[in-house]
Structure formats: C-alpha cells, structure tokens
Design a protein around this ligand. Structure first.
Ligand code: DUC
Ligand code: ZN
Ligand code: ZN
Length: 476
C-alpha cells in the first residue's frame, strides 16, 4: 500500500451496517468526511483496525434534555459538556435537545439563550428542536417561520404541564404553521385535566409516594391525548410525531391512524422497554407504600407493566415506531435541585419528571437485536437514520456513505456489560438501569473523523468541538 497523505484516517476491515446495507470495506476519511469506501485503501495518518467489530453510523439522539432552564429552583445535572460526553461514550454522535420558550417570552430569545449554553461546551454535533409554549400571533407568524428557515425545523408542543401546555385551539394553530412551512411537530400527548383531577384526588387521600405518579397518569390519559392529537393532525392535514409512547393503548391509536393512511409518526424510549410501574416503588413488606427511591424512575408518561413493555417491543419490530430516543432528562437523585426539591422528599407531583439515559440508549435497544426482535438494519434505522431524516440532518448524519460526516461507531456485538452508574459519563448520581446486563457495546466513537472514544475510554476531546447543525426540512 502506498503512503497517501490525502487521507486523515482509514478504518480497515470495517463490517459496515447502515439502515439498508451491509458490506465489508475500508473507510477513508478526509476533512471530517467519508471520502472513500473500498478495499486496500492507501495508508493514512491514522489507521484503525475494525476487525471483529460492526461499523455503524453514529447514533442520533432526537430527544434529550440538556441544560434546559427549569422553574422553581430545579436544575438539570447535565449541560452540553457532560451530556454530550456521555452521549459519545454511548455511541451517539449527534444530539437534538430543546430550546424551550417560556410563556410570556419570545421563542427567538429562548434560542439565543440556548446557543449561549451550548457554545464552547459540546463535544459532538447538535441541532435544536424548539418548544412552543406560548404561540402568540408574533410567534406563529414571524418567529416560527423565520426560525424554520434558519435551521430549526422541528418543534415540540405539550398537552400537559401547566407551564408548557397548549389549548386545543393553540395546538391547531401551531400545526397549521408546520403545515405551511414543512416543519415537524412533536407532541407530548397526555390529558392535563385528567392528570390534575386524579392528582388532586390522590393527594387528598394522602397517597403521595412516588409510585402514585403512575396512578395519576394511567394509560387512558395518554390514549385520549394521543387520539386527540391524531385528530388535530388529520383536521389540519399535517404529519405529526407522537413522542415517548409508553404502551399498548397509545400504540393502538397510532396503528389505527397509520392504517387509515395518516402520516402519524411515533417515538419510544428505553424506559418503556426496561422499567415498570413497580420501579416507582414496590410496596414495602409492612404494606407501606414504597420508598422514595422510586422517584428515580418518575417520568412522564410513566413506565407501565410487562405486558405494555412487550407491546412496545412488538411495535418496534413491526415498524409502528420511526425513532428510538433517550428522552434523557437528567435530575440528580440526592439533590435539592433534582429529585428532592428543596432538599426534602416530596409528594409525587412535585418530583421533577425524567430519567437519565443518553449513554445507555443504544446498548439497551441492541439487546433487541440479540433477542431476534430487531434486525441490525432496524437498529440503525431507529437510532440514527430515521432521526437524521426526520430532523433534517440527512445525509450528513445517519449513514455511512461518501460525502457523509465521518460519525462512526465501532460496535462490539458480543461484549457483555453490566450497567453501573460508576462507569457512565453523565453528571447524574444514578442510572435506573443499574445492574442490568446487556450484550453489545460501543467501543470506539468518531465524530467528524476525530476519535473521541477509544475502546471505551473517553479521550477528552476539546469541549466546544461539537458544531451546531442547521437542520433542513424534515424528510418523512
Ligand atoms: N417527560 C417529559 O415530558 N419531558 C422530560 C422527561 C419526562 O419524563
Ligand atoms: Zn414530553
Ligand atoms: Zn422529553
């Protein structure tokens, strides 16, 4: 092989898997891009042997929360540095967290603030979704159209949470803007009034332990809102994506809509495959209502039961879901700014919602490949290719192809790992998956051709090397 200074990096003997293909080749990288796929490529400044490993497109985590401003003295544990570090160690090379509008404030200001939080901190590339919490005429007619043109082409709306929720009328108005401009709306589908009525009743009865969070948000509450969101999308004639779907009843609504030819996309997350309502607090032996440890698994929608977990796995197998994201929402457990607001154990409705999972997302789903529930191609499709397309980042992200960014993960499909928080790279003091054993782990991660994790070791690339990605319009 002749020396060829043109290539910065060659990954030799790669067993490349994309959403559609599998082939063996060397991967040549120059200037952060894949420039050659072939056999016997000329030697490069850096040579890596990928024998025995899969070469996958780096993961695209299309739903995670990093350094998002929080009300009431709460604080997310992960900022753009620790969050993207953990993502990279988990085989993810692009994250898409949320620039969240506060009611009474402009959306543009939220985006500017969020850039300040990301600048100089991220170690992998990132785009932003928007959260539209106050769709005033100025937001609908000026800010949103301008932001879509500037590379923010997806936005989330909430049907619950007092500080975020939209009325049905507001939902329709936001969906209409998305239709006119080709953007994608992500919907958090839970019925706010049902939740507040159930919460008041539970609290009135003194049923306030973390596990009652699940009883305040039963499946029917998610099912009703899912159906309503689908109806709005049909009325406005625009695709939507229902995020963090937790189980059978919401899945039935989505399948029903898809069967009618509506473009209803859906996302699920690791917590709905691996956690159940019991994780929010088993009754104690003395019949007490479960301890505060259950707060670690409080998220919305809540984890349900094994039958629902099986339904979520089936829907992944059958193509009901387009994307698999972490919904990483990092609150420390033993922390007055986290799961113990004000330093005290709190009634369930004052526990910040969310679980960490940015680093464990890919290994937890890969277990479905080992169990024969998903093909390798489905795994790549759900975790990288489809999120890249839906959020306007393809073909720069989401595949291994000439011209794409060299965001590549060398994956050991046989490696057994027992998940332990001590080995993770986020800034949260727990993982809800502690002690679970998975087979398959990301060994080496390249971001735009730079090796940032080697054999599981984080190489401490410079914070701020991660670039902001202007998203194009969604490709559905
Ligand atoms: N639910 C959300 O809607 N967002 C963050 C985490 C959660 O549990
Ligand atoms: Zn949500
Ligand atoms: Zn979320």
């Amino acid at each position: 092989m002749s020396a060829d200074n043109n290539l910065d990096l060659v990954i030799r003997h790669a067993d490349v898997v994309t959403a559609s293909d599998r082939f063996r080749c060397d991967i040549g990288v120059r200037g952060g891009k894949i420039v050659a796929l072939g056999h016997g490529l000329a030697s490069a400044r850096q040579e890596v042997d990928a024998s025995g490993l899969l070469a996958l497109p780096g993961g695209v985590d299309g739903h995670c929360h990093l350094d998002q401003p929080m009300p009431d003295g709460l604080r997310m544990a992960d900022d753009f540095f620790t969050g993207t570090r953990a993502a990279a160690c988990g085989g993810t090379t692009t994250v898409i967290p949320f620039a969240a509008q506060e009611k009474g404030h402009s959306l543009k200001a939220a985006v500017a603030d969020y850039h300040r939080r990301a600048d100089g901190r991220a170690v992998i590339d990132y785009a932003f979704h928007l959260i539209v919490a106050d769709p005033t005429p100025a937001v609908l007619h000026d800010e949103l159209p301008a932001l879509i043109r500037q590379g923010y082409s997806s936005f989330k709306v909430y049907m619950t949470y007092d500080d975020l929720k939209l009325s049905d009328r507001q939902m329709l108005e936001v969906l209409d803007v998305a239709r006119q401009h080709g953007a994608l709306v992500m919907v958090h589908a839970e019925n706010a009034d049902c939740i507040s009525w159930l919460t008041d009743r539970l609290v009135g009865e003194g049923r306030i332990a973390p596990r009652f969070h699940g009883l305040a948000r039963p499946a029917v509450v998610e099912r009703e809102a899912t159906h309503r969101a689908i109806s709005f999308a049909e009325l406005v004639d625009v695709p939507i994506l229902i995020v963090h779907v937790s189980g059978k009843e919401a899945i039935e609504q989505i399948r029903w809509a898809q069967g009618r030819g509506l473009k209803i996309l859906a996302e699920t997350c690791p917590q709905y495959l691996y956690l159940t309502a019991e994780d929010m607090g088993l009754p104690g032996e003395d019949g007490s209502e479960g301890g505060y440890e259950g707060a670690k698994c409080v998220c919305s929608p809540p984890p349900r039961d094994p039958e629902n977990q099986a339904a979520v796995w089936r829907a992944l197998t059958n193509g009901v879901f387009s994307v698999f994201s972490s919904d990483h929402a990092p609150f420390r457990f033993d922390d007055p700014h986290g799961k113990k607001p004000g330093g005290k154990e709190q009634p369930f409705h004052h526990i910040p919602n969310g679980v960490p999972g940015i680093e464990t997302r890919l290994p937890l789903l890969f277990d479905g490949v080992r169990r024969g529930l998903l093909s390798l191609h489905q795994f790549v499709e759900l975790t990288s290719y489809r999120p890249a397309r839906l959020y306007g980042l393809y073909p720069r992200k989401g595949t291994i192809a000439i011209g794409a960014d060299a965001d590549i993960v060398l994956w050991d499909p046989m490696r057994k790992v027992r998940i332990a928080n001590g080995n993770l790279h986020h800034a949260v003091d727990y993982t809800p998956y502690e002690g679970m054993e998975v087979t398959g782990w990301p060994m080496t991660t390249f971001s735009r051709g730079e090796m940032i994790v080697r054999n599981g070791e984080y190489l401490e690339p410079s914070a701020g090397r991660g670039k902001f990605l202007e998203a194009g319009l969604p490709e559905l």
